[in-house]
Design a protein around this ligand. Structure first.
Ligand code: WTA
Length: 704
C-alpha cells in the first residue's frame, strides 16, 4: 500500500505543485501527531503556551536558561537599556564547551556524542564518546591557546567540511571564549577571505581535503586564496592550521608556507592529554559569527551570544526536536550554516544527545545512502531541508521502503515545502508514524521561530505552523497596519518581542543592524521599551484563521537556493569582475529540486561581441568568488537592460521573462523595445504560456 502511494505522489506532481500552492493556496487537512510519539514526548503539557505567554515575558525564558549549568546565576533576565541591542541573562557566567561536554561526563562518559559517517562507504564510521570529545576539545583548546596564541575575544575563521574535527574546533574555541566564524566549506577561497577580513581573524583553520560525490577534493588551495584575499582587504593571517583528512597521506598539491601553515596532527602532539580549564564567560559575550547575505553586496557577520543563544537552542532542541539522551539524532545539514551550528552541534550536545554527522552528498554512491545510514545507526530523529527531500524523492521515490527505518520525528527547514513533497516525507520516509515539524527561522534568529509543538499541535502540510514558545509574531503591511489572521492577505512578518537566541548585532556594523532589522516598524528611536522595536524578518507571510503561518519567501534581494541565502548584489558584483561585462542583473527562477536558481542577465561593453566564452567566464567568476552553490542556471547576454527613465535596471521585468510571467506595463521604460527582444531570446518567438508563479518571484524587484 505504501508503495502505491509513493508511486501516486511520484514525479509528475513535483513540477507544478509548488507554484500552485503559492497562487491558489488551499487549506490543507491537518494531521494529528501519533499517540506513540505523544506518549514519550519531552513536551506534552498543554499549559506550555501559558507559561510562555506575553504576560510572562521575559521571565518565561528562565525555563530554557535553567537547562544549562551556570557558573554564576544572572541577576537581570533582559536588559533593554540599549535597545535594540538586547542583553539576556545579564550577570550570569557560563562556558559553552563545559555545557556541551564536561557536564555530561559523570552520566554519559562512554555514550556516543558524535557519530561521523565518511562519504566513502567502505570507510567505517567514527564513534566519538563524550569522554573522547572531552579529550579532543581540551587538546585542541591547548593548541589554540599555546601554539596559535589565541585569547578570549579573538576571532578565528574556520573553513572546513563535515568532519568531526569541525565541532571539536568550534568547542575548543568556545572553551577559551574565542569567537569562531565558520564559513561553509563549499564557499570559495575568495568568499572565505572576505569573511576573514571582515571578522579580523589572524588565524584560519582548514582541512587539506574531503570527499564529495566520490572525489577527494583539494581544499588546501582555497586557504591560500583566502589568505591572499584577506591580505588584499587589509587583514594579515599569520597562522593557518590544517587538519588532515588522511594524516600521513598526501591529499593536496598545494605547498605548505613555512612558518604560516601547520598540519594540526603534527603540532597537536605536544598537547596530547592536556586539559584546559573552561573560561567562565559573561552570558552576553559573543560565542560566534555567522555570515549571511542581505540586500547589499557585503555579507553580514551575525554575532550570536553565549548564554542567550545556548539557552535558546537547548530549549528548542528539547521541546521541538524532542531530543532525549537515548535518541539517535541526525540533522542532515552542513555545520557551515546556522542550522548545523544550532541543531547539529550546540543544541543537541547541550542535551547529551548522540548527533550524527555525514561527510558527503545525499546521492552518493546512490539514492539509498541516507536510508542505509539511518538504518545502520538506528536514527530515530531526522532533520533536513526540502531541497534534500525533493532530491531524494525525485531520484528514488520508493527507496526508503527498502530499509528498516524507525523515525519518530522528522524536521524540515530552510525553505517552504510543497504539500506533495511533505506527504511523501510523511508517508514514505516516516511510514506515517513520525511526527513532522516544519521550522521557520533565519541565521539571525539563533533558533526556531515558527513550528508546531510536535506532541501538541496537528501538522499542516506546507505550513510552518504557530509561533514557537515565547515568540509573538505580527504581520504588518507597508503602512504599518496589522494584517489580521484569516484575511487571506500577505504582509511582512515581524516578531514583537526579543528572545534569547536573537543575534546581538552585525559584526562591525551596528548601524546596519538597526536599519535592516528594526528601523522599518520602530515606533520611537529613543525608546528603551522592547514593545517599540518589532524585529523585521524580511520574509513575506500570511496567517491562516487557525493561527498557522505560511512563509512565502524573502522580500529583499535574496535568492533562496537549496535553502541557502544568496544576495543578488553579491552575484552581480562577481559578474562585473569579468572585463567584458558592462551591466549585470540576477533574478530567481523556479527549479524543481533546488527551489530557486539564480539566472544572470548581462550586457557587454561597447565593441565586445557576445560569445559562449564570455557567458562561461561570468558563470566561472560566480563560482570562484562565491562558490559552486551559486552557479547560475544560465547566463543571458542581452543587447541592453530594461531600464527606467532614471536609468535603474528593472529586475522585476527580467524575473517575469525568466519565469514565463506577464511582464506587465513596460511602456514607461526608457527602452520598452528591448523587453520584447529579451523575451524572444529567452522564450522563443511565441510567448511561453503563463505559468503559476510563487509569491516571492512575483514580488521580486518590486520593492525599490
Ligand atoms: C527561508 C535557515 C519557508 C526564509 C534556518 C528565511 C523558510 C530564510 C523556512 C532564512 C521554512 C527558512 N519555510 N521558508 N520552514 N525556513 N526559510 O538564514 O525565507 O539560511 O528568511 O536560515 O530561509 O535562511 P537562513
Amino acid at each position: 500500500m505504501a508503495s502505491n502511494s509513493a508511486k501516486q505522489s511520484g514525479d509528475a506532481s513535483i513540477e507544478s505543485s509548488e507554484a500552485q500552492i503559492a497562487v491558489h493556496w488551499g487549506e490543507e487537512t491537518k494531521v494529528a501527531p501519533p499517540a506513540t510519539f505523544i506518549a514519550q514526548a519531552n513536551l506534552a503539557d498543554p499549559t506550555a503556551r501559558d507559561r510562555f505567554s506575553l504576560e510572562r515575558f521575559p521571565e518565561c525564558f528562565k525555563e530554557y536558561a535553567d537547562l544549562l549549568s551556570w557558573d554564576q546565576y544572572w541577576h537581570t533576565t533582559l536588559d533593554t537599556s540599549k535597545a535594540p541591542f538586547w542583553k539576556w541573562f545579564v550577570g550570569g557566567r557560563l562556558n559553552v564547551s563545559y555545557n556541551c561536554v564536561d557536564r555530561h561526563l559523570a552520566k554519559y562518559r562512554n555514550k556516543a556524542a558524535l557519530i561521523w559517517v565518511p562519504e566513502p562507504e567502505d570507510e567505517p564510521a567514527q564513534v566519538i564518546t563524550y569522554q573522547e570529545l572531552y579529550q579532543r576539545v581540551n587538546e585542541m583548546a591547548a593548541l589554540l591557546r599555546d601554539f596559535a596564541h589565541l585569547k578570549t575575544g579573538d576571532r578565528v575563521t574556520i573553513h572546513m567540511p563535515m568532519v568531526p574535527e569541525l565541532p571539536v574546533t568550534m568547542l575548543a574555541c568556545a572553551r577559551l571564549g574565542v569567537i569562531h566564524s565558520v564559513v561553509f566549506g563549499g564557499f570559495s577561497g575568495e568568499a572565505c577571505g572576505i569573511r576573514i577580513a571582515d571578522s579580523g581573524s589572524r588565524v584560519l583553520i582548514t582541512m587539506d581535503g574531503y570527499y564529495r560525490n566520490g572525489k577527494l577534493i583539494d581544499h588546501k588551495k582555497n586557504a591560500d586564496i583566502a589568505v591572499a584575499t584577506a591580505e588584499k582587504e587589509g587583514q594579515k593571517v599569520d597562522t593557518v592550521l590544517i587538519w588532515r583528512r588522511h594524516p600521513g597521506r598526501k591529499v593536496t598539491d598545494a605547498a605548505l608556507i613555512p612558518g604560516r601553515d601547520h598540519f594540526v596532527d603534527e603540532v597537536l602532539r605536544p598537547f596530547r592529554g592536556q586539559r584546559v580549564a573552561p573560561v567562565s564567560m559573561p552570558a552576553e559575550a559573543p560565542l560566534f559569527l555567522m555570515y549571511t547575505s542581505g540586500t547589499t553586496g557585503r555579507p553580514k557577520g551575525c554575532q550570536h551570544s553565549t548564554g542567550g543563544y545556548l539557552a535558546y537552542v537547548t530549549g528548542t532542541s528539547k521541546y521541538y526536536q524532542d531530543i532525549h539522551p537515548e535518541d539517535v539524532y541526525w540533522c542532515f545539514a552542513d555545520i557551515g550554516w546556522i542550522t548545523g551550528h544550532s541543531y547539529i552541534v550546540y543544541g543537541p550536545l547541550a542535551l547529551a544527545a548522540t548527533s550524527v554527522m555525514y561527510e558527503g552528498v545525499p546521492t552518493f554512491p546512490d539514492v539509498g545512502r541516507p536510508w542505509r545510514i539511518a538504518e545502520r545507526l538506528h536514527v530515530n530523529i531526522f532533520h533536513t531541508s526540502p531541497t534534500t527531500i525533493r532530491m531524494l524523492r525525485k531520484a528514488g521515490p520508493e527507496e526508503p521502503l527498502k530499509y528498516d527505518l524507525h523515525f519518530k520525528h522528522m524536521t524540515t527547514v530552510g525553505e517552504p515545502i510543497e504539500p506533495e513533497v511533505w506527504r511523501w516525507y510523511h508517508q514514505v520516509v516516516g511510514r506515517g508514524k513520525a511526527v513532522i515539524v516544519d521550522t521557520w527561522w533565519q541565521t539571525e534568529n539563533g533558533g526556531f521561530l515558527c513550528s508546531t509543538i510536535p506532541a501538541l499541535d496537528p501538522m499542516k502540510p506546507g505550513s510552518a505552523g504557530p509561533p514557537v514558545l515565547g515568540i509573538h509574531p505580527v504581520i504588518y503591511d507597508e503602512t504599518g497596519a496589522q494584517v489580521p489572521a484569516g484575511s487571506g492577505k500577505a504582509g511582512n512578518i515581524c516578531i514583537r518581542n526579543p528572545w534569547p537566541g536573537i543575534f546581538q548585532t552585525i559584526w562591525g556594523d551596528p548601524d546596519r543592524f538597526v536599519s535592516t532589522y528594526y528601523r522599518k516598524y520602530n515606533r520611537n528611536p529613543q525608546s528603551t521599551d522592547w514593545r517599540d522595536w518589532p524585529y523585521f524578518a524580511g520574509d513575506g507571510a500570511m496567517q491562516a484563521a487557525d493561527g498557522y503561518f505560511r512563509i512565502l519567501g524573502r522580500i529583499d534581494d535574496v535568492i533562496n537556493v537549496a535553502g541557502h541565502r544568496l544576495g543578488t548584489k553579491e552575484l552581480e558584483s562577481a559578474c562585473l569582475t569579468v572585463p567584458e561585462v558592462a551591466e549585470a542583473a540576477v533574478v530567481p527562477v523556479q527549479d524543481e529540486v533546488k527551489g530557486r536558481l539564480p539566472e544572470v542577465y548581462i550586457s557587454l561593453k561597447p565593441g565586445v561581441a557576445a560569445s559562449p566564452e564570455v557567458a562561461e567566464h561570468v558563470a566561472r567568476a560566480i563560482e570562484t568568488q562565491i562558490g559552486k552553490i551559486a552557479r547560475p542556471k544560465s547566463v543571458r547576454i542581452v543587447p541592453d537592460m530594461p531600464k527606467t527613465r532614471s536609468g535603474k535596471i528593472m529586475r522585476r521585468v527580467l524575473a517575469a521573462i525568466s519565469n514565463s510571467m506577464d511582464v506587465g506595463d513596460v511602456t514607461t521604460l526608457a527602452n520598452p523595445d528591448v523587453v520584447e527582444q529579451i523575451r524572444t531570446m529567452v522564450q522563443g518567438a511565441k510567448p511561453a504560456p503563463a505559468q503559476p508563479v510563487p509569491d516571492d518571484i512575483r514580488r521580486f524587484g518590486q520593492v525599490e
